[in-house]
Design a protein around this ligand. Structure first.
Ligand SMILES: C[S@@+](CC[C@H](N)C(=O)[O-])C[C@H]1O[C@@H](n2cnc3c(N)ncnc32)[C@H](O)[C@@H]1O
Length: 234
């Protein structure tokens, strides 16, 4: 689907690396055999009932953008078997790692996409998602690169369209300028409200939080994580 928002894609394209080390054989096999089974088919319209993407009924739908090693996605999918998850990650080695773990854990509530998340956002029907996670997105710390950050007005418009009223957008980062950037964009957006009432709400992670690989690295290097939760106005 081509939405009017895609016209401004120059500012939101995927800028990261696609490939790292050569894949081990089982990982390469998972990419060629399992990914085609689990990958969303964006060539065809999304189903009107988004729940039909999973083999059994789901009571809620969550989207994780840029899942990296997939530790958070796997943990949440394992502890919330009645929720349908969509995980998006364009970095091939990360996708291969997730697929390998998915097979061994036997989860059937995850669908995947291996390219820019804006494509999935533009494909999804209106108001079908309960929760979006954007955890430690690429920080683009230099000011001249800030416009590459995933949080932008056009992507918040995309979130607002696909989230159900009252749905959540959860953002974590250890980069102060990105946290401030996100708070400013949210303050300027009519459809989102920051849910924090006290400092602990942004200093402490969400319930059941397993951490992520980037978070562990940030903490090791002495940076402080910040957890922001925004609600889609009803
Ligand atoms: C800094 S890493 C964080 C990974 C993971 N969330 C974590 O906390 O460990 C950011 C991830 O976002 C992915 N990414 C970057 N741009 C993206 C886009 N447009 N759509 C989906 N994923 C994207 C990158 O490939 C990378 O794996």
């Amino acid at each position: 689907m081509t939405s009017p928002a895609r016209r401004s894609r120059a500012t939101e394209a995927f800028y990261g690396r696609r490939r790292g080390k050569t894949l081990k054989l089982p990982q390469a096999a998972a990419l060629t055999e399992l990914l085609p089974v689990l990958k969303l088919d964006l060539e065809n319209p999304a189903p009107e009932q988004i729940g039909s993407l999973w083999p059994k009924p789901v009571s809620a739908v969550r989207l994780e953008i840029g899942f990296g090693g997939g530790e958070h996605l796997l943990h949440r999918a394992g502890t919330m078997p009645d929720t349908g998850f969509i995980g998006v990650e364009p970095f091939v080695n990360s996708m291969a790692k997730l697929l390998g773990n998915l097979e061994s854990e036997g989860l059937d509530n995850i669908r995947l996409y291996d390219d820019d998340a804006t494509r999935v956002l533009d494909w999804l029907p209106d108001a079908c998602i309960d929760h979006i996670d954007l955890l430690y997105p690429d920080p683009w710390p230099k000011k001249k690169h800030w416009k590459r950050r995933f949080v932008s007005r056009v992507n918040l418009d995309r979130f607002a369209r696909v989230l159900k009223p009252g749905g959540r957008f959860c953002f974590a980062s250890d980069i102060d300028t990105y946290v401030n950037w996100t708070l400013t964009h949210i303050a300027d957006h009519p459809d989102f409200e920051w849910s924090a009432r006290k400092a602990a709400d942004w200093r402490e992670p969400w319930q059941g939080w397993p951490g992520t690989r980037y978070e562990a690295k940030a903490i090791r290097e002495g940076r402080t994580p910040c957890y922001l939760e925004f609600l889609r106005a009803g």
